[in-house]
Design a protein around this ligand. Structure first.
Ligand SMILES: Cc1cc2nc3c(=O)[nH]c(=O)nc-3n(C[C@H](O)[C@H](O)[C@H](O)COP(=O)(O)OP(=O)(O)OC[C@H]3O[C@@H](n4cnc5c(N)ncnc54)[C@H](O)[C@@H]3O)c2cc1C
Length: 546
């Protein structure tokens, strides 16, 4: 295997929204910046096909009182945030919106700030409708303009540590046989979401999921192995949208959620409403199960009563929200959303927790920053904290000496040997078999409905599966090799889900414990942290910072 060495002040791992925003800001702050990206940063990550909702506070649109926005940003799908994180987000988001607009990502609709979706009547709406279809190419261009060096086609596998400080990372070329060594004064992780841990809504269709299948929580697990704290991995969550079209969410729809008899299922709206969509989907976690049990399923999104203006508005934003394949299918099949209600369903289980970061995007490890879907999720979170991470990583690295001795070679050789062992094997299981086995046991033993005995059994199975995978995985080509390394990361993440789920001895949000049905009010403000201490998994409850 070849080895190349790359040096930078700031290394951004992942060229998604957070990684590119971090790179732009760090370069503006005077740092030499490398972005190391598993795919091609021009079109990679969850934001690649566009988004249409940017959660933000814009004083001239919302008025001077920032408090309701800080309050809203303090929690997300069952997770709670430190107060300062929410405050900094609210304060910075308006500036980022204006910056994006000036770079050529249209943040206004017909010349106005337009807020809609993810709210209900009477609520202060904070999701700005924007036209995000070209956002990746714009951010990519802005990064190159500032001298950022983008290294595509490298899967970063491990962080390098010098004493208590992160000093770079190593990664495997996804297209050629190269181990790349990146030395940096500070590292920012922006590797995005976790997919492929739970089964896709369509059996056997591993990539029929909302996010790209190459997002496998790599940043979280490399941070954990290096000693950084993770938080909130125990809380499951499910998204919803057109059934079997798992690449499409729900908030862009202007229609009414109804049962098969045509009765609206929520208390919020009875006619399509572009301002609110139908909030019942986000407010009623057991909706699909309850409707099925009532005998009045399936659940439909009904846009048949939509006005011509609202229809044009919805389709325009669907195109900016990455709905291209859905719209193409509807056209091909001759389905007109103005005439035909569309069946809706829930998608696979997701885990929104991740690398703990404070308001400066610092992790618990010196020299390591993280942003975006590494914790929580959402485009505004990625843009705002990518920016903040870039600024702080450049600043804190400025005083550090770049000329450090290279003490990492034995670790690099160990990693190369492990990768070679997968490549050299002729007989064994390929990544799909291991991935499906993992998904099956996550679904059977760590879905939303949980108990101590079932979780304990599942954890035992997972550890056996992981041991087998380590000495039996085969890869017939480079593509399979990268998928195999991703599956090994997922196995480690799965273990952390089990370990932390066992610690949450209560029912809360999407986490339903049959053996602990009560929601424990003493845990209302607490989060569950997990850390690797000398090879042991250690958990700790800690209160959110006010
Ligand atoms: C269809 C769709 C619609 C959405 N709509 C909205 C919306 O309207 N509003 C909203 O707030 N959110 C929306 N989201 C979510 C939003 O897109 C994400 O929250 C956001 O893109 C996260 O940015 P990120 O930089 O953290 O991750 P990503 O943009 O996913 O970037 C992660 C990057 O890291 C790279 N990477 C991964 N592993 C490695 C590795 N080991 N080494 C090197 N590189 C690696 C990936 O290839 C990728 O480029 C949507 C998501 C989808 C899928």
């Amino acid at each position: 295997m070849n080895q190349t060495v790359h040096e930078a002040d700031v290394l951004c791992v992942g060229g998604g929204i957070a990684g590119l925003m971090a790179a732009i800001r760090a370069a503006e702050s005077g740092a030499r910046v490398i972005v190391a990206e598993k795919g091609n940063a021009l079109a990679s990550g969850a934001g690649r096909a566009g988004n249409d909702h940017f959660q933000c506070y814009i004083p001239e649109a919302h008025g001077p009182d920032i408090k309701p926005f800080v309050q809203k940003l303090s929690s997300f799908r069952g997770q709670i945030r430190d107060r300062k994180v929410a405050q900094v987000w609210a304060e910075t988001s308006g500036e980022i919106v204006k910056l994006w607009d000036s770079w050529g990502i249209p943040m206004k609709y017909k010349g106005e700030w337009e807020f809609a979706g993810h709210g209900f009547p009477g609520d202060k709406l904070d999701h700005l409708k924007y036209s995000g279809k070209n956002q990746k190419s714009v951010l990519h261009r802005e990064a190159l303009k500032r001298g950022v060096s983008i290294v595509n086609w490298v899967m970063i596998t491990d962080l390098l540590r010098e004493g208590d400080h992160v000093a770079g990372a190593i990664g495997l070329g996804t297209r050629d046989d190269t181990m790349m060594v990146f030395r940096a004064k500070t590292v920012i992780l922006g590797t995005g979401f976790i997919t492929r841990l739970y089964p896709s809504p369509i059996n056997g269709r591993v990539a029929n999921i909302n996010f790209p299948m190459t997002l496998t929580g790599d940043g979280r697990i490399m941070a954990f192995r290096a000693g950084a704290e993770l938080v909130g991995l125990d809380m499951p969550y499910k998204h919803q949208g057109p059934k079997y079209f798992a690449r499409s969410g729900q908030a862009t729809w202007v229609g009414v959620i109804k049962d098969a008899e045509g009765n609206p299922l929520g208390p919020f709206i009875t006619k399509p409403n572009r301002r609110y969509g139908d909030p019942v989907l986000e407010r009623y976690p057991a909706l699909f199960e309850d409707v099925a049990a009532s005998g009045k399923g399936p659940v439909y999104m009904d846009c048949t009563d939509i006005s011509p203006e609202d229809y044009e508005y919805m389709i325009y934003f669907m195109e900016h929200e990455g709905y291209a394949s859905f719209l193409k299918y509807m056209r091909e099949e001759g389905i007109d959303l103005r005439k035909t209600p569309v069946e809706f369903g829930r998608y696979e289980i997701r885990i929104n927790g991740g690398i703990y970061t404070n308001e400066k995007a610092e992790t618990s490890l010196k020299g390591l920053y993280a942003a975006g879907d590494e914790l929580f999720g959402g485009i505004a979170n990625a843009a705002v904290f990518g920016w903040i991470a870039g600024e702080n990583a450049a600043k804190s690295g400025a005083g550090r000496n770049a000329d450090r001795a290279d003490g990492f070679q034995s670790f690099i050789e160990e990693r190369k040997a492990f990768i070679q062992s997968i490549k050299a094997r002729d007989v064994g299981s390929d990544w799909r078999e291991v991935n499906f086995a993992l998904q099956q046991l996550m679904q059977d033993y760590a879905a939303s409905v949980r108990s101590e005995s079932v979780l304990t059994a599942g954890l035992t199975h997972l550890r056996r599966l992981r041991e087998k995978a380590r000495y039996s995985l085969i890869a017939r080509n480079r593509w399979e090799l990268v998928r195999s390394l991703e599956v090994l990361n997922l196995l480690d993440l799965g273990e952390l889900v089990f370990v932390t789920a066992l610690e949450r001895k209560e029912t809360r949000g999407g986490n339903i414990r049959r053996d602990y049905p009560v929601t424990n009010p003493m845990l209302d403000k607490s989060r569950l942290f997990v850390k690797n201490v000398d090879g042991k998994i250690v958990t700790e409850w800690r209160e959110v910072k006010e």
